[in-house]
Write a protein that binds this ligand. Structure first.
Ligand code: SF4
Ligand code: FES
Length: 237
């Protein structure tokens, strides 16, 4: 049995318009979309470009638009798509560098704005920053983000406003604000509580639907709004 992989091809350097190209890929039980792409690369067309690394839903590099949904290619079983045609496009509204590879600079530029690293109140103590199991529970799920950009690619607000921090950066902000070891909660809230941050979100829920790690960025943004209101009312930010 074969499946037809219909892949968006585009190379800005050859001057040709973007087009879909079809490939026949032998199907066997357990085939993932990523394995299908590798079959094409190794057997049919060595010019096909896509990103991947871990093949285990951990590195976040293989997010793409597959049969109408943003997904990780490595964790998407072809059988689960219930179709003989697998249509694959790159993430939306990011510049295509080649085929399925997009320029993630805007995504990571926004991520860096929330200073995504632990900033303890007392740094340089020479001791470990310990955390109880209960307090660790407050950052459960949030720490699972693999920076795949599926949420960012699916977000219409991000598509219209490159300055919008994006669901991924706001998830990371809440992750550090909720972390008992971090000492910069108010400073982090001040970074996100503005029109390029939590108040730009239109609560469309796309990010919630596509996150391959079931993180629910929409809920994270709503929690940040509540925290920022409290901080503003109490004059902390
Ligand atoms: S929040 Fe989910 S969809 Fe967004 S970058 Fe993280 S893992 Fe990917
Ligand atoms: S290859 Fe790493 S997440 Fe898919």
């Amino acid at each position: 049995m074969e499946k037809t992989f219909r892949i968006l091809r585009y190379d800005p350097e050859n001057g040709q318009a973007a087009r879909f190209q079809e490939y026949k890929v032998p199907y066997e039980k357990g085939l993932t979309v990523l394995e299908g792409l590798y079959y094409i690369l190794e057997n049919l067309d060595a010019t096909l470009a896509f990103r991947s690394s871990c093949r285990a839903a951990i590195c976040g590099s293989c997010a793409m638009h597959i049969n109408g949904q943003y997904r990780l290619a490595c964790r998407t079983q072809v059988s689960a798509l219930n179709s003989d045609v697998i249509t694959v496009r790159p993430l939306s509204h990011l510049t295509i560098l080649k085929d399925l590879v997009v320029d993630l600079k805007p995504f990571f530029d926004n991520y860096k704005k929330i200073e995504p690293y632990l900033q303890p109140a007392k740094a340089g103590t020479g001791k470990e920053y310990l955390q109880s199991e209960k307090k660790r529970g407050k950052i459960d799920k949030l720490v699972d983000c693999v920076l795949c950009a599926a949420c960012y690619g699916s977000c219409p607000v991000a598509s219209m406003n490159p300055k919008y921090l994006g669901p991924h950066a706001l998830v990371a902000a809440l992750r550090f604000i909720n972390d008992s070891r971090d000492g910069k909660s108010q400073e982090r809230l001040a970074i996100v509580a503005n029109d390029d941050g939590i108040f730009r979100c239109h609560t469309i829920f796309n990010c919630q639907q596509v996150c391959p790690k079931d993180i629910d960025p929409t809920n994270a943004i709503l929690k940040l709004r509540v925290k920022s209101f409290v901080s503003k009312l109490t004059g902390k930010i």
